[in-house]
Write a protein that binds this ligand. Structure first.
Ligand code: ADE
Length: 418
């Protein structure tokens, strides 16, 4: 089988990791069971560009159970778990093109391998697969019937493609499902970002001055979890409503210039470019730590950091020390790539369970409905969102309250008032 992975010898370690993860993902397991019985994805080729983790492996196995043929590549050069990639190839017969630490050329060569497979469905995390397919055009693009997108940054890119009328097929924005962003972005990013920073720095968070840049779902989660560990948290935001929300949630809110003078650890989660840049590096205290929790490594202006530095060295795995011309030292985690996957294992499996349940059900929906859909970006159908929430609750052993007939009538009428 065609594949490009670090080493097939890692498969047995990867298999144990996938099996451990599987028991934390009961919703996807339940869907896989149904897929196995009814084979709703029979005949479908799926090209997936996702972080190659044990959670992704569980999703890939479910799709294969459903009858799909799959090829998988990485959505970030530094997030691949090589042992998982090996097990997918060796134990589950799923071709993978991903090696942790691959360079940019290899990263894009792997995306090409997935596109050469002529997928009917693209499954993306960040929209690199979709944008590569659109650059390639031709037969490959024409053969694609639909796609799914996992993350905020990818959805923003796809909406821009749709606005310019260039999007060639319908895409479901999995990120926008309530059962995705309210949990994965908030609790998943919140916990795993803090975990990643602690893994590589071994810091005590109590009393630490942490600056969270961006107060979207991810920023909210990071700020909440940092405060939960006793850190002093400040938020930097450009949107007045979100800034006000952060203030009333009890955080200090300040501009990036003010935060640069105050903070000890800086975490970006904006989806935007150069939110921490030269003017801020120069103002920072000696010894500060910078981490990025956004999808791309553009939020911290690494080029400007390099230009302002007289020396750079690795002080521990995934921690680089930059010495500035003014003598101060700045520490960058995981090359400024998304820290939770570069320096730890990404979001916990239990939260990926909901995100990937949405992915699996959205693919099934596209198989049945893509031909009737416009070339646009769509929300996950609400019935899928509700099904994922209901299944998760059931599998957690939680019972939902039911409305009485009288309550149903009351809520659907206008006559009853004071
Ligand atoms: N994105 C964030 N965390 C992830 C994980 N554990 N697996 C796949 N994609 C992710």
């Amino acid at each position: 089988m065609e594949s490009h992975i670090a080493s097939p010898d890692l498969a047995s370690e990867g298999k144990k990791r996938i099996e451990w993860t599987l028991k934390e993902m009961p919703v996807v397991a339940r869907i896989a069971e149904r897929f196995g019985q009814t084979k709703p994805l029979q005949g479908l080729r799926i090209g997936a560009c996702l972080h190659v983790t044990a959670e992704t492996a569980v999703l890939m196995i479910a799709l294969k159970e459903g009858g799909a043929e799959i090829r998988l590549c990485a959505s970030n050069p530094l997030s691949t778990q090589d042992e998982v990639a090996a097990s997918l190839v060796q134990d589950y017969g799923i071709p993978v093109f991903a090696i942790r630490g691959e360079d940019r050329d290899t990263y894009y060569a792997h995306i090409q391998e997935v596109l050469q497979f002529r997928p009917h469905i693209t499954m993306d995390d960040g929209a690199d697969l979709v944008s590569s397919a659109h650059r390639l055009r031709g037969e490959i693009l024409q053969g694609i019937i639909g796609g799914t997108e996992e993350t905020t940054t990818g959805v923003i890119r796809l909406r821009s493609l749709a606005r310019s009328k260039e999007l060639a097929y319908p895409v479901i924005a999995v990120n926008d499902a309530d059962t995705k962003h309210m949990f994965d972005n908030r609790y998943g990013t919140g916990q795993s970002t803090i975990e990643a920073i602690l893994r590589v720095t071994h810091f005590l968070l109590a009393g630490k001055r942490i600056v969270v840049v961006g107060y979207g779902w991810c920023g909210r989660g990071i700020a909440m979890r940092a405060r939960g560990m006793g850190a002093r948290v400040a938020v930097v935001e450009v949107d007045p409503v979100r800034a006000l929300e952060a203030l009333m949630d009890g955080y200090d809110v300040m501009s990036m210039s003010e935060a640069a003078l105050w903070g000890e650890v800086f975490i970006t989660a904006t989806g935007n470019v150069s939110v921490i840049r030269g003017e801020h590096f120069i103002a920072m205290k000696d010894g500060v730590v910078l981490a990025n929790a956004g999808h791309f490594n553009v939020e911290i202006d690494i080029q400007e950091l390099e230009d302002l530095s007289v020396n750079k060295r690795a002080v521990k795995p995934l921690v680089e020390e930059y010495t500035l011309k003014n003598g101060k030292r700045i520490y960058l985690l995981g090359e400024g790539r998304l820290v939770n996957l570069a320096c730890a294992e990404g979001h916990p499996s239990a939260v990926m369970d909901m995100s990937f349940a949405n992915q699996a059900l959205s693919v099934e929906y596209l198989k049945n409905n893509a031909s009737k859909m416009e070339k646009d970006v769509f929300k996950v159908p609400p019935e899928i969102d509700r099904e994922v929430a209901a299944l998760k609750l059931t599998l957690l052993g939680v019972t939902l309250e039911k409305m009485t007939p009288r309550q149903e009538v009351y809520l659907s009428s206008w006559q009853e008032g004071t």
